[in-house]
Design a protein around this ligand. Structure first.
Ligand SMILES: Nc1ncnc2c1ncn2[C@@H]1O[C@H](COP(=O)(O)OP(=O)(O)OP(=O)(O)O)[C@@H](O)[C@H]1O
Length: 753
């Protein structure tokens, strides 16, 4: 066997060739782009738009080729039949269409993630190739030869352990990185699972649920591009800060068309950032609002208590209760949303008033007379008031604001709530919207609809035009053989369109409340209330979902303690469960302590084995001045873990009311320990880039830091998210957890120090 040095040189030769091919393809894309641009603005409108479309296509291709520069190739499979296959970020072939590099998502790359000694899947040897820029700096082999496996040998250990451990030990940057080179077998099975149905991934903290969900989105977009490029993929995360933390992962995997949102932003044009108190959030999260909103809408379709006299053109008419009742029944039979069915109601009422007019005046009315009379009736103030009172046009915001501000409205809509519960919901009509209002507003928007008859006629005309453009774009894609990259027919069609804004599928989806997606990914899904689930499931009629979370980490009072409790009401039995069991983030001593605390508190904890340990990773520090002590410890940890290049993250996590005081003390300690210049640099960082943060468990959810100082765990566990919050807080560090306390430690932590 060749020595390590020769092997490295051989791998370097392969990697050099792959980069050379990448450079060639980049040059081709750029040359084509320059050529198209050189042609200038001549020719027919069709020629011009065709040229623009090609320009965009080549620009996108060039951008995609640029995005894969870092760790272009990271794996090699030596197969039993002698074939050698390289695995990387995208597929590359030479001029004769011979494969040089296999896309990690292709079936041919599957064995790189799945093969084990027990199930080698035709693989003799798997190699992880480690590169830095374009240089091969190392490799790591796993021989998957069952003959070589002796009894008692652990054959289910980590794949590419060295590469994996190296990546786990690197300093955090505040942004999640892709894990494409080291996806583990249990994770890969989830990444490549079928598109259909709802897949729930339950796993303890740090088991890679977020990473897996994002790689799955990239995989599904690759494997089911035809379906998903038109309908789009929606990613729902717990907060903007979290979405920012993960926002580089999909682009680094070559995918940019995923719409990301939070529950608070599900309605285009409305951003709810306020959060209700636990008991209020819990009440607003109940599914009863489906019926309650329906009742609230129906309450705006009502027969007056007595007939209403009106005088039109000098003739006395009456808005009769019987007529209103019939018109309401007629309008409801259309099964259209309230605002749309209103047109039917108004038409019926006007027809009945015309009949009365005819009877009273005993006159023959021509069509023209009827039309004029109807206009007069419409314009009459009394008629308008009476018609509106019987069928009130409403926005979702108005309907829901009235529920919170007008006790009689809430009582008629939600009689199943107790008086005490109703008074908890009481709020002034101009109070800001909260996250838990959004699913209720969404329900209201669904039942109210919009009265957009003109807009609909316009959009029908636009659709016809668009279908023609789409067809043309498809022909262009087929004739050029392009389309496997980032540009799809839809996008191209948008660019062909000569009028209107140029929007991608993602942009159009994000601005349309009633858009239905081909797949929806929900992260930190345990926090969602039943109403939020209802709003999300409405957006994916195929019920194709990836749902990842941990019911032991739930902090929202409206969230789930078990998946059947959360999902059965909206998905019935249409979901399947997978589990992740290895913690990649937290060192073993920390993971074990967190598990003990969570188990003692009765949380539904998933089994968890840490992938690694770090010496001294758990430190417990008793102090009569826990805040002061925490600040000093944080400053010392910053000295060790935070670098001037922006890498390294330290968090102080504490109960909400302790945060303001702690912020001041930490700032002072940083200045003492690191010096005024470094403290000023850190203090000047934007909150989302801050290398040292003082934060609550809720804000830290889903995120991670090199080092965490947890202040007074008993106070954290007494906060709104209780033990779930403490479990979250304890499992944020990748290197070290320092627990500072003066009060008694929770069970499970007592002997940890
Ligand atoms: N196969 C892997 N290779 C390299 N790193 C990995 C792998 N799996 C997970 N990680 C890393 O482990 C850390 C935790 O992953 P992630 O945030 O996805 O976990 P999680 O299960 O969503 O955690 P939480 O429940 O706390 O939200 C991340 O830094 C991630 O990059």
């Amino acid at each position: 066997m060749a020595g390590r040095h020769e092997e490295l040189a051989r791998e370097q030769a392969v990697v050099t060739r792959l980069y050379a091919r990448l450079d060639e393809l980049r040059a081709v894309a750029r040359a084509r782009l320059a050529e198209v641009r050189r042609e200038g603005p001549s020719g027919s409108p069709q020629n011009r738009s065709e040229r623009d479309a090609f320009a965009t296509l080549y620009a996108d291709r060039a951008a995609q080729l640029d995005a894969v520069e870092d760790r272009l190739a990271f794996g090699r499979l030596d197969l039993e039949d002698g074939e050698v296959r390289y695995v990387g970020r995208l597929g590359l072939a030479d001029d004769e269409h011979r494969s040089l590099l296999t896309d990690w998502r292709a079936p041919a790359a599957r064995a790189f993630y799945r093969a084990t000694a027990r199930h080698p899947d035709g693989v003799r040897r798997r190699r992880h190739v480690v590169t830095s820029a374009r240089t091969v700096t190392g490799y790591e082999d796993e021989v998957l030869d069952l003959d070589a496996v002796t009894d008692g040998m652990d054959v289910s250990s980590l794949s590419g352990e060295g590469a994996l451990l190296a990546s786990l030990a690197t300093r955090r940057t505040g942004r999640m990185a892709d894990i494409v080179a080291t996806i583990q077998g249990e994770q890969d099975r989830i990444v490549r699972d079928d598109l259909g149905g709802a897949l729930v991934v339950q796993g303890g903290p740090g088991t890679g649920k977020t990473a897996v969900a994002l790689h799955r989105a990239a995989y599904l977009l690759y494997a089911h591009r035809r379906v998903l490029e038109r309908s789009g993929v929606l990613l729902v995360g717990p907060s903007r800060a979290f979405l920012r933390y993960i926002d580089q992962v999909l682009p680094s995997l070559g995918e940019t068309g995923v719409v990301s949102t939070t529950v608070g932003e599900l309605l285009p044009g409305l951003r709810a950032t306020d959060v209700d108190d636990g008991p209020v959030a819990e009440i607003k999260g109940r599914l009863l609002w489906r019926a309650a909103v329906r009742r609230a809408v129906r309450a705006r379709e009502r027969v007056p208590v007595r007939d209403v006299a009106v005088r039109v053109d000098g003739v006395d008419l009456s808005i009769r209760r019987r007529d209103v009742r019939e018109a309401i029944a007629r309008a409801r039979r259309t099964h259209k949303p309230h605002n749309e069915a209103r047109a039917t109601f108004v038409r019926e009422m006007l027809a009945k008033l015309v009949d009365q007019y005819r009877e009273r005046t005993d006159s023959e009315l021509s069509d023209h007379d009827v039309a004029v009379l109807q206009e007069d009736l419409r314009a009459d103030r009394d008629v308008r008031v009476a018609v509106n009172l019987a069928w009130f046009p409403l926005t979702p915001e108005r309907l829901v604001a009235d529920l919170w501000a007008k006790p009689h409205r809430l009582e008629e809509a939600a009689p199943e709530l107790t008086a005490a519960e109703r008074s908890l919901l009481r709020r002034s009509p101009d109070a800001p919207w909260t996250e838990s209002d959004v699913p209720i507003l969404d329900e209201a928007a669904e039942l109210l609809g919009v009265d957009d008859s003109v807009a609909r006629a316009e959009s029908r005309a636009a659709e016809t035009q668009r279908a023609a453009e789409l067809e043309y774009a498809r022909t262009v894609l087929e004739s050029t053989g392009a389309g496997g990259g980032l540009v799809d027919a839809q996008t191209l069609a948008d660019r062909f369109a000569e009028t209107g804004p140029t929007l991608t599928t993602a942009e159009r989806a994000a601005s349309d409340r009633s858009w239905t997606y081909g797949h929806v990914v929900v992260d930190e899904a345990q926090e969602l209330s039943p109403m939020a689930w209802h709003a999300i499931v409405r957006r994916v009629p195929t019920r194709s979902l990836t749902i990842v979370g941990d019911v032991a980490q739930t902090s929202s009072a409206a969230g789930a303690r078990s998946w059947p409790q959360a999902l059965d009401p909206v998905l019935r039995d249409g979901w399947r469960l997978s589990e992740l069991t290895v913690s990649y983030r937290t060192p073993a001593a920390v993971a074990d302590a967190a598990q003990r605390v969570a188990t003692a508190a009765g949380l539904p904890v998933s089994p968890l084995t840490a992938a690694r340990d770090v010496p001294d990773s758990l430190q417990v520090d008793r102090s009569d001045d826990p805040s002061g002590r925490a600040a000093t410890r944080a400053a010392a940890l910053a000295q060790e873990h935070v670098a001037a290049d922006g890498s390294g993250r330290v968090a102080v996590i504490a109960a909400q009311d302790a945060l303001p005081g702690l912020r001041e003390q930490v700032a002072a300690a940083l200045s003492d320990t690191l010096g005024a210049d470094e403290a000023t640099r850190l203090a000047g960082q934007r909150p989302e880039d801050a290398q040292v943060v003082v934060t609550s468990p809720r804000e830290a959810k889903g995120l991670e830091y090199d080092a965490v100082v947890l202040v007074e765990p008993a106070d954290v566990a007494a906060g709104p998210g209780r033990w779930g919050d403490l479990y979250v807080a304890m499992t944020r560090p990748t290197q070290v957890l320092v627990v500072v306390h003066s009060r008694a430690l929770p069970e499970g932590l007592v002997h940890a120090g």
